[in-house]
Design a binder for this molecule. Structure first.
Ligand code: SF4
Length: 345
């Protein structure tokens, strides 16, 4: 059993997906993120399968996500200079907000803009590519008991019904025995079931193996049930609102990745460490002697203790001290994952 279950498990599932997508089948180019969705529904792990050529074209727009306002401008920016109100679809809200987004897009060099008399004209640098192939939502539940199964069955049924994702999965951890089949039978048949065996150590031992005792590698999960494809046969059947919402999710996944917990946790606390868990790096709190949740690892944590200034100045090998070093390391890993997706020659 994985200690500090939910958060630590979520990170391990993300790393597994990064290493081994698609489960039980040939690899597919994909990026992984976590805690994304809509106002109503937030998925634990999100896998965006991408078209490598188009993904390379998306990368030309930079490493930051495009929010919905920027997408509205960038997706429809024309090839030739045009007044922005002629070029872009009616937003359904005041044009002055679009004008602001045009200026932001210009400031980030996503498009070109110029003023002609009273009018602002825009022109694209390059077309915004159709880079998202499929969106997969994974709900993580390391300890699947009766009440968790009931709640999850409802959530997954909602996902199946809305079909915002192309595929939904439940990931759950085995503890040596099989996961209780009766609980799995409650899940909608359209949802896939992935049972992981990340936990290592002697199951007879009373010693808690700690999260660093787990093994994340491509063989650490088994497909118990394959999911149904929820995508319409003809993608053009999707209504424009759904298409936009999916793209917003994919953009947030692109900008955020799954290692961005360093933005919300406190890697600048002297107790914060990264520990190896098989082929994953997960946070560990030296004071609590376990993986902290991202909620408790904050400035209001009673044991929070800022790293001493001396760590940042006295020959610490990484500029800015350990906290900055951890942030840099996780950002570089996110970058490396994007680099791995290359168009075919
Ligand atoms: S002591 Fe608190 S703030 Fe510091 S690493 Fe641990 S959980 Fe995070």
């Amino acid at each position: 059993m994985i200690p500090d279950a939910e958060f630590g498990y979520e990170l391990l599932v993300c790393r597994y997906a990064e290493l081994a997508w698609y489960p039980g089948d040939d690899p597919r180019p994909a990026i992984v993120s976590r805690q994304l969705g809509t106002k109503r529904r937030r998925w634990d792990t999100v896998v965006i399968e991408v078209d490598p050529e188009a993904f390379a074209a998306r990368r030309a727009f930079g490493d930051r996500a495009l929010d919905s306002d920027l997408l509205h401008v960038v997706r429809d920016a024309p090839a030739t200079w045009t007044w922005y109100r002629d070029a872009l679809p009616d937003p359904g809200y005041p044009w002055r907000y679009v004008r602001r987004a045009v200026h932001r897009a210009g400031g980030r060099e996503l498009i070109e803009k110029r003023r002609r008399g009273n009018r602002i004209e825009i022109r694209r640098h390059r077309p915004y590519p159709d880079w998202v192939e499929r969106i997969v939502a994974i709900e993580n539940k390391p300890d699947l008991d009766r009440s968790a199964a009931d709640a999850l069955a409802d959530q997954l049924a909602h996902d199946v019904e809305t079909a915002l994702a192309d595929e939904v999965w439940l990931a759950t951890e085995t503890t040596g025995d099989r996961v209780e089949p009766a609980l799995l039978r409650e899940m909608p048949v359209e949802a896939g079931i992935l049972t992981t065996s990340f936990a290592a150590g002697d199951p007879e031992s009373d010693d808690d193996p700690g999260i660093e005792g787990v093994a994340v590698d491509p063989a650490a999960a088994t497909v118990d049930w394959l999911p149904s494809d929820l995508a319409p046969n003809d993608p053009s059947e999707r209504d424009p609102g759904t298409v936009t919402r999916r793209l917003e999710i994919a953009e947030r996944a692109y900008g955020k990745g799954w290692r961005s917990y360093h933005d919300t946790m406190r890697p600048d606390c002297r107790h914060f460490e990264l520990r190896r868990a098989g082929r994953a790096l997960v946070p560990r709190c030296g004071a609590k002697d376990r993986c902290p949740t991202d909620r408790e690892c904050s400035g209001s944590c009673p044991e929070f203790s800022p790293e001493p200034p001396a760590w940042r100045t006295k020959g610490w090998p990484i500029e800015g001290g350990p906290g900055k070093g951890i942030q840099g390391l996780l950002s570089r890993r996110r970058e490396r994952v994007r680099d791995r997706i290359e168009p075919e020659e």
